[in-house]
Design a binder for this molecule. Structure first.
Ligand code: MG
Length: 452
């Protein structure tokens, strides 16, 4: 069976693989699977109304009532689904992808991203056209709702708002013309911040910057934080489930540092377990240990992190791409919540963001890759693991721990490549480890005569 759902829901280029027919049929499949009341929302993409209305038509045809929340951050819709006893949520978004893309993401009734078992069931309905069709007098009803106010209140209520307000922070927000545009500035102003916005008019053409908040894309924000003498800059991805921070000097803070700062704070406050994927920098584990907590590693992917957090009753969890998960709030990445938490830490600790970053141990990561056909990846990995005697962690790919760092060899889920990550406290060593393991993989491929 061809797979519909990828690692982040269903994604594709508008009016090519991501079109009205697909949205309609997926709406019918989701409605058939869940039944009952379904919430729907979108980011700011130009194709949102097209896909949303097709999905709504599909849902209504199965007898589901639809609650249309309009444009809002993904975590805001997820929070609404969780709090309002809806059976499921549907988000029309392609997160950080370029503007020509769009996607459909399904949210389970507890607000988490749908697990693979349920995705498989929806796919089965989709491909076998096992759709429920409501009778004329049982067609679902469409309701327009606002879910943003409740979300803003929830985020503000989760942090020490008074402590943050006392500080009167100046914050520059870059919403990237995305779904955070009408929400994040209000969270910040409710926390007593002076808010300066950049790219915060919703526009699905993304005229301000690319929707992915990587360093190359947020140079305007970095400059603006410095020139305005602001305390912090925050950039969101297209659907505002991820947030990336700029310190008061205008320096870009990589997501592993933010993850470490919040993880350490939570571990110190509450102890317990912090959950993160095996690819995460050791700076997180080292800092968490120092603060009295411990780290549990998972495969890469935020739904996997979220589910592990539920399983082990984690204190906190997240990914190093700026996706942070606060279990008392909800089990999904939340850019608004991440922003409020960083402000709380700055306020409670009485430190500038650059000072908080300076407390995090320094590690260096080197990345490289080897071409390998998708069919041969498994065999190559098996041969590699067999050669590596001893300490191999198989949580996701193969991670080898050594005295001066670690190496993670991981086949890409989509591209015909095997990725190699090496981390060490010394930059040179990280590079050397990456090269060394690249050679090992290349040798296996050459030995087996694989065409790569
Ligand atoms: Mg996103």
């Amino acid at each position: 069976m061809s797979r519909l759902f990828g690692t982040n829901g269903v994604r594709g280029v508008t009016n090519e693989d991501m079109n009205a027919e697909l949205a309609l049929k997926l709406g019918k499949s989701i409605g058939t699977f869940f039944g009952g009341d379904i919430a729907i929302g979108t980011d700011t993409r130009t194709s949102n109304e097209l896909l949303k209305n097709a999905a709504i038509a599909g849902l209504l045809s199965t007898g589901c009532n639809v609650f249309d929340a309009g444009m809002l951050p993904s975590p805001a819709l997820q929070y609404y689904v969780k709090k309002s006893d809806k059976k499921a949520g549907v988000i029309i978004t392609a997160s950080h992808n370029p503007p020509e893309f769009n996607g459909i993401k399904v949210i389970d009734e507890d607000g988490t991203e749908l697990g693979k078992d349920k995705e498989d069931k929806i796919e089965d309905i989709y491909f076998n056209e096992k759709w429920a069709a409501a009778k004329w007098n049982e067609i679902g009803k469409l309701h327009k709702i606002d879910a943003t106010e409740e979300y803003i209140n929830a985020v503000v209520g989760r942090v020490d708002a008074n402590k943050i307000r006392e500080k009167g922070f100046t914050v520059v927000l870059d919403c990237g013309n995305g779904a955070g545009s009408h929400v994040e500035p209000y969270i910040m102003s409710r926390l007593g911040c002076k808010v300066i916005t950049l790219n915060s008019q919703p526009d699905g053409r993304f005229p301000g910057r690319n929707a992915e908040p990587i360093k190359e894309n947020v140079s305007d924000l970095m400059r603006m934080v410095k020139e305005c003498g602001a305390d912090i800059g925050i950039a969101y991805d297209g659907d505002a489930d991820r947030a990336i921070f700029i310190d008061e000097r205008g320096e870009y803070i990589y997501g592993d540092k933010t993850l470490a700062i919040v993880s350490g704070y939570m571990a110190e406050k509450k102890g317990g377990v912090i959950v993160t994927p095996v690819s995460t920098s050791s700076c997180v584990e080292e800092f968490v240990r120092k603060k009295g907590g411990r780290v549990v590693y998972t495969k890469v992917g935020s739904p996997i992190v979220a589910r592990k957090m539920i399983e082990v009753g984690a204190t906190f969890g997240g990914e190093e791409n700026g996706g942070l998960i606060f279990p008392e709030h909800q089990y999904c990445r939340d850019g608004g919540m991440a922003s409020a938490a960083i402000l709380e830490i700055m306020a409670v600790r009485g430190k500038k963001l650059s000072e908080l970053v300076a407390e995090i141990p320094e590690y260096h990561l080197a990345k490289t890759k080897v071409k390998c056909s998708n069919e041969k990846k498994k065999e190559v990995m098996e041969a590699f693991v067999k050669n590596e005697e001893g300490n191999v962690d198989l949580t996701d790919g193969a991670k080898i721990y050594m005295e001066n760092g670690w190496v993670l060899v991981r086949p890409s889920g989509t591209e015909p490549i095997i990725r190699i990550y090496a981390e060490s406290k010394e930059k040179e060593m990280a590079g050397r480890l990456a090269d060394e393991y690249k050679k090992k993989i290349e040798e296996i491929i050459a030995e087996k005569g694989y065409i790569s």
